[in-house]
Write a protein that binds this ligand. Structure first.
Ligand SMILES: [Zn+2]
Length: 304
């Protein structure tokens, strides 16, 4: 049984956007049941719902755009939100890009834990995949298969010997997401930095917020996991799947994919209504709200 959740109180952070290089203030706020995740450009007064139809510019990050306003590089925050099971959230941004912080989703998971969870007493349908949905070509592809829970099989393969071929296989629960996926940092290749910067990308990137790879060498210190690269791709995938707005019940098999394929398979699924159904849980609110079973928020709270 799944219930919609939001944060108990507002929490804030400041940092730089990895692509635009600008300072931005971020605030996560509680939102009522049925809201979903909504980015609010406080500088423009425009709200942008985090859903697939608003996703654009998918080469190096996931950007949401609506009425000329953008929320850039949303995927690590979206991964934290989807990964730990937050349904409804306002995300205030003072500028166009979500701060990169340490390059992983861990700072966002910690913000959400600091804010605390509230079960909202409203049922949360889950999206059950009923037939195989596939996008891509022979080299790079992603496929959704029917499964009773979210299970990921992700393979990456890079020429750089420091990364090489890595594969992650496993079920994604909130606990596993927080410990095994959220800490994995974004990465980039030194040889691509100049061309990225000519295109106005990576301007806020540094050895403090990105694993920088130079062929066989890693310039940014010790890895957090031996296979941190593929774990970060799983993190990006979880963030992009959160654009579905419902928890997904599927086996996701990804082969050398990235944001554009992640979002393409989300759009392909939404465009194929016979390929999925929404499983409606019991609509009655619980008498008591279950506490979050992670590291924080030990107290139970009466439902209102
Ligand atoms: Zn990423």
């Amino acid at each position: 049984m799944a219930w919609q959740k939001t944060v108990r109180r507002a929490v804030s952070a400041n940092g730089v956007g990895i692509h635009g290089g600008k300072q931005v203030a971020l605030r996560l706020r509680p939102a009522p049941p049925g809201t979903g995740v909504v980015f609010v450009r406080t500088d423009l007064g425009i709200a942008i719902p985090a859903r697939a139809e608003n996703a654009r510019d998918l080469a190096y990050a996931t950007t949401l755009r609506l009425r000329g306003a953008e929320a850039r590089t949303v995927e690590h925050l979206m991964a934290a939100v989807g990964g730990v099971g937050i349904t409804n959230l306002f995300v205030d941004l003072s500028a166009a890009e979500v701060p990169i912080l340490d390059g992983s989703a861990l700072p966002f998971v910690e913000m959400i834990r600091r804010a605390g969870f509230v079960d909202q007493g409203a049922s949360l349908p889950e999206m059950q995949v009923r037939r195989v949905v596939r996008v891509g070509d022979k080299e790079r592809w992603i496929e959704l298969r029917p499964a009773p829970e979210l299970f990921v099989d992700y393979l990456v393969s890079y020429d750089s010997p420091a990364v090489g071929r890595q594969r992650f296989v496993g079920a994604i629960t909130p606990q596993r997401f927080a410990s095994a996926i959220a800490p994995a940092r974004t990465f980039g290749f030194l040889e691509e930095v100049a061309s990225l910067r000519r295109r106005g990308l990576g301007l806020g990137g540094s050895l403090d917020n990105c694993i920088v790879v130079d062929r066989e060498r890693i310039l940014s210190g010790d890895l957090r996991f031996r296979d941190e690269f593929v774990r970060h791709k799983v993190l990006d995938l979880i963030g992009d799947l959160a654009l579905l707005e419902y928890p997904l019940r599927a086996q996701v098999v990804a082969h050398r994919a990235g944001h554009s394929l992640h979002v393409a398979v989300v759009n392909e699924l939404l465009a194929s209504p016979e390929a999925w159904e929404l499983l409606e849980p019991d609509r009655l609110a619980p008498l008591t709200v279950r506490p979050y079973v992670g590291d924080s928020e030990p107290e139970a709270v009466a439902a209102s």
